[in-house]
Design a binder for this molecule. Structure first.
Ligand SMILES: C[S@@+](CC[C@H](N)C(=O)[O-])C[C@H]1O[C@@H](n2cnc3c(N)ncnc32)[C@H](O)[C@@H]1O
Length: 253
């Protein structure tokens, strides 16, 4: 694994036509034909630096990474219709489920769900362009030998520090403590610092309750009475170099 953390993780199926068996997964086609609020990976690059145009208005841009079934994105968009919202999700079916939730929440004018690989977010956003980043229950990759597959590490910290405006925040909830530790460690030396941490968000949420939505995964841990950790980080003043790294082949491995 190189220092930027993504060199050995090529973006599979960047183009939906690269999917090995689209006939087996109807969502490969469906997400392409769904229309707004879905943006397919092959159609999104055009919006880099132009998200205000995409939404037809200037508003603070908020990003959720790994939306799953879309409870959080739709719930937060409904609470903050004054912001523009972008969700990123790699799995086709979850993109469509999230899109349906955005439509049901009447949020499709100011929220988009993009099928994309979150290891490559700097393809989609510019430096200092994002007001808030939310990550809920990122995949844990529990085994030590898989630790370098965890998104919550140096690469993501660098992206967040680079893409956030000064004063912008990252809010992370996870049932897996190494995800929080990975992000904090990854941010060492960057102008991205911890505002607060929680050992269980049910007891102490690091942000206002009205700015929180219980996600699908979170509710599983609630039912087991297992802790969900919370981390709130803020972007301080300072310069961050672009998250660089060689672009991998788009071929499916
Ligand atoms: C454990 S689930 C959590 C889903 C949701 N945030 C929740 O809390 O219910 C992790 C989500 O991240 C998505 N994901 C994992 N790796 C990703 C990547 N590289 N890019 C975008 N999404 C990713 C998965 O497809 C999945 O929907």
């Amino acid at each position: 694994m190189s220092s930027n953390g993504r060199d050995s993780l090529p973006f599979r199926e960047k183009v939906a036509s690269e999917h090995r068996s689209p006939e087996i997964n109807p969502y490969v086609t469906l997400h392409r034909t769904f229309g707004p609020p879905v943006i397919a990976a092959e159609d999104v690059a055009v919006w880099k630096g132009r998200w205000a145009e995409c939404f037809g208005r200037q508003a603070p841009l908020h990003l959720e990474v790994g939306c799953g079934n879309g409870f959080f994105l739709a719930g937060m968009a409904a609470r903050h219709p004054e912001w523009n919202w972008v969700g990123i999700e790699i799995r086709y079916k979850r993109v469509v489920l999230t899109a349906k939730k955005l439509l049901a929440a009447d949020a499709a004018d100011y929220a988009r769900i993009v099928r994309y690989d979150a290891w490559w977010l700097d393809d989609l956003f510019e430096a200092g362009s994002i007001a808030g980043i939310y990550v809920n229950h990122p995949d844990p990759w529990m085994k030590d030998r898989h630790a370098d597959k965890r998104l919550m590490g140096p690469m993501f910290a660098r992206f967040a520090a680079w893409a956030l405006q000064p004063g912008g925040e990252v809010r992370l909830k996870s049932d897996f403590r190494p995800n929080l530790d990975g992000l904090v460690k990854g941010a060492e030396g960057l102008p991205l610092s911890v505002l607060s941490r929680s050992e269980d968000v049910r007891e102490a949420l690091p942000w206002d309750r009205e700015d929180d939505v219980v996600t699908n995964y979170q509710s599983k841990f609630d039912r087991r009475d297992a802790p969900v950790y919370g981390l709130r980080m803020v972007r301080e003043e300072g310069v961050v170099p672009a998250p660089a790294g060689p672009r991998q082949s788009r071929a499916v491995r």
